[in-house]
Design a protein around this ligand. Structure first.
Ligand SMILES: [Zn+2]
Length: 420
């Protein structure tokens, strides 16, 4: 079956441009989960599903679904999915490329009357990006039964409770205490995503076939010093919380660099969020809160990192003037993609005549949550200079199109394997 790249390119371009319009106009491209723009974009997607005559529904976890029923009677399902929410001031491709390529595959299958031995669904997984409730991958965690009572009852900065928002968008959080019933019927969850790194672009490779997704840990660090007059308190009389914090920031950066070199596996750590109180020019900082983000494909390096960081904080608490507390606030384990699906993705890329390589993801994805329970796998396509989670994020439409061809081939290969 020949895939019409020309049609594909114009279709993908149009849909990506359509979705880019649903943004906070002052901070492009911003479409935070549950925001007005997010609701508008979901309505747009519903219309796209309707125009393909798909069965449209929202599951208990708030995922928006467009389904094509198989001609044969079956409960089995192959899921194509990604997400349409963005980070604040994010890009036009993260998640979106996956949704648009899924629409494209679905359209091709319908227009060419390709019969499948399973139902085929497109999922817009709810709230993939880290949100104001300090949780990412809400919808995919929901499918896998990983949204705990504690998570569902979290309040965001303006007092909204997460479960209320999920219910408002069409979910039903009463049924999220275990995996959704669809899970047992899933043959495969497949996702196309931009790489968000530089490897494919630099090596001029079309497709990255993802083998694993690193563990993600987040720690909240509170540094309590003593605020005071910046003119009158002498240098040796201070408990400056920001100065103590800067020591931790530098320590974390050097530690992560060393462990990444030692382990030779994916290992990165970042302090990207910090609040200083009272944050005034003439006051010694009395309190700092910061979030450490740690991603590791190596269990032993992760353990070593935590051990050394705890020792450092203990030492600072003993010898310094500030009181430091560290708490683990989030953890998603290291996961491997389904080995059979990884192989099939590689075969699919090869039969499309596209260069490809097996690789590890640096970022977390819905597929990581799903693969804890069901067979799941994903592919990456190149993006410009590895830029992502910023307005400059860019992927060539032709590259998305090539990835789409692999996604279609993958569905066809699964159809062949699952035919009785
Ligand atoms: Zn994404």
């Amino acid at each position: 079956m020949k895939f019409d790249i020309d049609f594909n390119v114009s279709y993908i371009k149009e849909k990506i441009e359509n979705l880019a319009k649903f943004t906070d106009p002052n901070i492009p491209f911003t479409r935070i989960v549950f925001s007005e723009q997010f609701y508008d974009a979901r309505n747009w997607l519903k219309k796209e599903f309707n125009s393909l005559n798909l069965e449209v529904s929202t599951d208990n976890a708030g995922n928006l679904i467009g389904s094509l029923k198989s001609n044969i009677k079956t409960e089995k399902v192959v899921i194509l999915g990604s997400h349409i929410d963005t980070v604040p001031s994010g890009g036009r491709y993260d998640g979106i490329a996956g949704i648009v390529s899924s629409l494209c595959v679905m359209k091709h299958i319908i227009e060419n009357d390709i019969s499948l031995p399973f139902n085929l669904s497109i999922y817009d997984y709810l709230g993939e990006e880290l949100n104001d409730w300090s949780i990412s991958c809400v919808g995919s965690r929901g499918i896998a039964g990983l949204l705990t009572e504690e998570i569902l009852n979290r309040q965001n900065s303006v007092g909204q409770v997460l479960k209320d928002e999920i219910n408002k968008i069409g979910g039903n959080t009463k049924f999220l205490d275990k995996p959704l019933s669809i899970a047992k019927n899933i043959i495969a969850c497949l996702e196309l995503h931009i790489e968000q790194g530089k490897i494919l672009e630099q090596k001029k490779i079309n497709i990255g076939v993802v083998r694993s997704i690193p563990s993600i840990s987040r720690f909240n660090v509170k540094v309590i010093g003593q605020a005071g007059h910046s003119g009158t308190i002498l240098m040796d009389q201070r408990a400056d919380a920001l100065v103590a914090s800067s020591e931790i920031i530098t320590f974390v950066n050097k530690l992560a660099l060393r462990l990444s070199q030692e382990s030779n596996q994916h290992f990165v750590s970042t302090i990207g969020k910090i609040t200083v109180s009272p944050n005034a020019a003439a006051i010694i900082p009395g309190k700092v809160e910061m979030t450490i983000d740690l991603r590791s494909s190596s269990k032993s390096s992760r353990e070593q990192y935590i051990k050394e960081l705890e020792e450092k904080i203990e030492l600072m608490n003993k010898t310094g003037t500030c009181k430091i507390d560290m708490n683990n606030i989030a953890y998603a384990p290291f996961v491997e993609m389904d080995k059979e699906l990884v192989k099939l993705f590689k075969d699919s890329a090869n039969s499309c005549g596209l260069t490809n390589q097996i690789m590890d993801s640096g970022a977390g994805h819905d597929t990581a949550q799903l693969s804890r329970l069901v067979p799941a796998a994903m592919i990456f396509i190149p993006c410009k200079e590895g830029l992502s989670h910023c307005p400059e994020e860019h992927a060539e439409i032709l590259d998305i199109s090539k990835g789409t061809a692999v996604l279609l081939k993958m569905v066809e290969n699964l159809a062949m394997l699952n035919r009785a």
